[in-house]
Design a protein. Structure first.
Length: 185
Protein backbone atom coordinates (compact mmCIF):
# COMPACT_ATOMS: atom_id res chain seq x y z
CA UNK A 1 0.00 0.00 0.00
CA UNK A 2 1.44 3.37 -0.95
CA UNK A 3 1.44 6.52 1.21
CA UNK A 4 -1.63 8.07 -0.48
CA UNK A 5 -3.66 4.89 -0.01
CA UNK A 6 -2.62 4.67 3.64
CA UNK A 7 -3.64 8.28 4.26
CA UNK A 8 -6.95 7.78 2.46
CA UNK A 9 -7.72 4.68 4.53
CA UNK A 10 -6.79 6.51 7.73
CA UNK A 11 -9.08 9.41 6.78
CA UNK A 12 -12.00 7.11 6.03
CA UNK A 13 -11.43 5.25 9.31
CA UNK A 14 -11.38 8.55 11.25
CA UNK A 15 -14.64 9.68 9.65
CA UNK A 16 -16.33 6.34 10.36
CA UNK A 17 -15.08 6.38 13.95
CA UNK A 18 -16.39 9.92 14.38
CA UNK A 19 -19.78 8.93 12.97
CA UNK A 20 -20.08 5.91 15.24
CA UNK A 21 -19.05 7.97 18.28
CA UNK A 22 -21.63 10.61 17.33
CA UNK A 23 -24.34 7.97 17.06
CA UNK A 24 -23.29 6.49 20.39
CA UNK A 25 -23.42 9.94 22.01
CA UNK A 26 -26.90 10.57 20.54
CA UNK A 27 -28.05 7.16 21.81
CA UNK A 28 -26.63 7.95 25.24
CA UNK A 29 -28.40 11.35 25.26
CA UNK A 30 -31.64 9.72 24.19
CA UNK A 31 -31.52 7.21 27.03
CA UNK A 32 -30.61 9.91 29.57
CA UNK A 33 -33.45 12.22 28.53
CA UNK A 34 -35.98 9.35 28.34
CA UNK A 35 -35.07 8.34 31.88
CA UNK A 36 -35.29 11.94 33.15
CA UNK A 37 -38.75 12.37 31.65
CA UNK A 38 -39.99 9.01 32.95
CA UNK A 39 -38.77 9.90 36.45
CA UNK A 40 -40.72 13.17 36.21
CA UNK A 41 -43.89 11.43 35.01
CA UNK A 42 -43.94 13.39 31.74
CA UNK A 43 -44.54 12.59 28.08
CA UNK A 44 -41.24 12.14 26.16
CA UNK A 45 -40.59 12.93 22.53
CA UNK A 46 -37.48 13.65 20.47
CA UNK A 47 -36.76 14.40 16.87
CA UNK A 48 -35.14 16.45 14.17
CA UNK A 49 -36.20 20.06 13.65
CA UNK A 50 -37.78 20.49 10.23
CA UNK A 51 -36.85 23.10 7.65
CA UNK A 52 -39.57 25.49 6.44
CA UNK A 53 -39.93 23.31 3.31
CA UNK A 54 -41.06 20.42 5.55
CA UNK A 55 -43.16 22.49 7.93
CA UNK A 56 -46.35 24.50 8.30
CA UNK A 57 -44.25 27.57 9.16
CA UNK A 58 -42.26 30.11 7.13
CA UNK A 59 -39.16 29.87 9.37
CA UNK A 60 -37.49 27.31 11.65
CA UNK A 61 -38.53 29.23 14.80
CA UNK A 62 -41.85 31.08 14.70
CA UNK A 63 -43.24 33.63 17.17
CA UNK A 64 -46.91 33.39 18.17
CA UNK A 65 -48.82 35.75 20.41
CA UNK A 66 -50.91 34.33 23.21
CA UNK A 67 -53.06 35.75 25.94
CA UNK A 68 -51.83 37.42 29.09
CA UNK A 69 -51.69 35.97 32.57
CA UNK A 70 -51.37 38.44 35.43
CA UNK A 71 -50.25 41.05 32.88
CA UNK A 72 -47.45 38.89 31.41
CA UNK A 73 -47.69 37.96 27.70
CA UNK A 74 -47.83 34.19 27.23
CA UNK A 75 -46.14 34.04 23.86
CA UNK A 76 -44.81 30.91 22.22
CA UNK A 77 -42.15 29.82 19.81
CA UNK A 78 -43.38 27.16 17.40
CA UNK A 79 -41.20 24.65 15.59
CA UNK A 80 -41.99 21.40 13.83
CA UNK A 81 -40.05 18.20 14.27
CA UNK A 82 -40.02 14.79 12.68
CA UNK A 83 -40.21 12.36 15.59
CA UNK A 84 -37.36 9.92 16.15
CA UNK A 85 -39.86 7.66 17.90
CA UNK A 86 -42.77 7.28 15.49
CA UNK A 87 -41.77 9.30 12.39
CA UNK A 88 -44.77 11.65 12.72
CA UNK A 89 -44.47 15.41 12.41
CA UNK A 90 -45.21 17.35 15.60
CA UNK A 91 -45.86 21.05 16.13
CA UNK A 92 -44.00 22.02 19.32
CA UNK A 93 -45.33 25.03 21.26
CA UNK A 94 -42.52 26.33 23.48
CA UNK A 95 -43.45 28.82 26.20
CA UNK A 96 -41.22 31.86 25.82
CA UNK A 97 -41.54 32.82 29.52
CA UNK A 98 -39.28 29.88 30.40
CA UNK A 99 -36.38 31.04 28.22
CA UNK A 100 -33.58 32.62 30.28
CA UNK A 101 -33.59 35.64 27.96
CA UNK A 102 -37.37 36.13 27.65
CA UNK A 103 -38.35 39.80 27.48
CA UNK A 104 -42.10 40.41 27.86
CA UNK A 105 -41.74 43.76 26.08
CA UNK A 106 -40.40 42.11 22.90
CA UNK A 107 -42.69 40.26 20.48
CA UNK A 108 -39.91 38.02 19.16
CA UNK A 109 -38.52 34.51 19.50
CA UNK A 110 -36.10 34.63 22.46
CA UNK A 111 -32.49 34.79 21.22
CA UNK A 112 -31.54 31.55 23.01
CA UNK A 113 -34.24 29.69 21.08
CA UNK A 114 -33.35 31.30 17.74
CA UNK A 115 -29.68 30.40 18.24
CA UNK A 116 -30.14 26.83 19.47
CA UNK A 117 -33.19 25.56 17.60
CA UNK A 118 -31.75 25.10 14.14
CA UNK A 119 -32.95 23.09 11.16
CA UNK A 120 -31.88 19.45 11.14
CA UNK A 121 -30.68 19.49 14.76
CA UNK A 122 -31.98 16.95 17.27
CA UNK A 123 -33.98 18.05 20.31
CA UNK A 124 -35.30 16.16 23.32
CA UNK A 125 -38.55 17.16 25.02
CA UNK A 126 -40.57 16.19 28.05
CA UNK A 127 -44.08 17.58 28.42
CA UNK A 128 -45.03 18.24 32.02
CA UNK A 129 -48.69 18.03 31.00
CA UNK A 130 -48.74 14.35 29.94
CA UNK A 131 -52.51 13.86 30.07
CA UNK A 132 -52.98 16.60 27.43
CA UNK A 133 -50.36 15.57 24.86
CA UNK A 134 -49.92 14.76 22.16
CA UNK A 135 -52.99 16.55 20.90
CA UNK A 136 -54.44 16.34 17.39
CA UNK A 137 -53.96 19.14 14.86
CA UNK A 138 -55.53 19.97 11.54
CA UNK A 139 -52.42 21.45 9.97
CA UNK A 140 -51.10 20.70 6.52
CA UNK A 141 -47.86 19.02 7.64
CA UNK A 142 -48.06 18.40 11.40
CA UNK A 143 -50.72 16.03 12.67
CA UNK A 144 -49.99 16.28 16.40
CA UNK A 145 -48.80 18.86 18.90
CA UNK A 146 -46.90 19.04 22.19
CA UNK A 147 -46.66 21.80 24.79
CA UNK A 148 -45.61 22.46 28.39
CA UNK A 149 -41.97 21.51 27.63
CA UNK A 150 -40.50 23.54 30.47
CA UNK A 151 -39.32 23.82 34.03
CA UNK A 152 -40.74 22.40 37.22
CA UNK A 153 -42.15 25.33 39.16
CA UNK A 154 -42.87 23.09 42.14
CA UNK A 155 -39.10 22.73 42.60
CA UNK A 156 -39.01 26.48 43.30
CA UNK A 157 -41.67 26.19 45.99
CA UNK A 158 -44.67 27.02 43.79
CA UNK A 159 -47.79 24.92 44.18
CA UNK A 160 -48.52 23.38 40.79
CA UNK A 161 -49.94 20.15 39.40
CA UNK A 162 -47.73 20.24 36.29
CA UNK A 163 -44.77 17.88 35.99
CA UNK A 164 -41.16 18.84 35.30
CA UNK A 165 -40.90 19.26 31.55
CA UNK A 166 -37.85 20.24 29.51
CA UNK A 167 -36.48 21.02 26.08
CA UNK A 168 -32.86 20.10 25.45
CA UNK A 169 -30.87 21.14 22.41
CA UNK A 170 -27.14 20.49 22.21
CA UNK A 171 -27.20 19.29 25.86
CA UNK A 172 -28.60 22.63 27.10
CA UNK A 173 -32.00 22.90 28.79
CA UNK A 174 -33.52 25.86 26.97
CA UNK A 175 -36.64 26.11 29.15
CA UNK A 176 -35.31 26.12 32.70
CA UNK A 177 -35.94 29.72 33.80
CA UNK A 178 -38.20 29.87 36.86
CA UNK A 179 -38.66 33.66 36.83
CA UNK A 180 -42.33 33.47 35.86
CA UNK A 181 -43.35 30.40 37.91
CA UNK A 182 -45.41 32.80 40.05
CA UNK A 183 -47.96 32.89 37.21
CA UNK A 184 -49.12 29.31 37.93
CA UNK A 185 -50.11 29.09 41.60
Amino acid sequence: MNMKSSLACASVAAVLLGLSQGAAAQGSDLQTYQQMCAANGGYFQYGTINTPNDSDYPAVTNFKNGGKLKGVPLTHTHIEITSGIDGKIYDIAIDNVFAPDYDPAQAVVPPSYAKSLTANSTIYMCSGNPSKVPYSLNETVASQGIDWVHTNCAASGFNTTFKNGFLYSQNVNLTNSQTYCRLWP
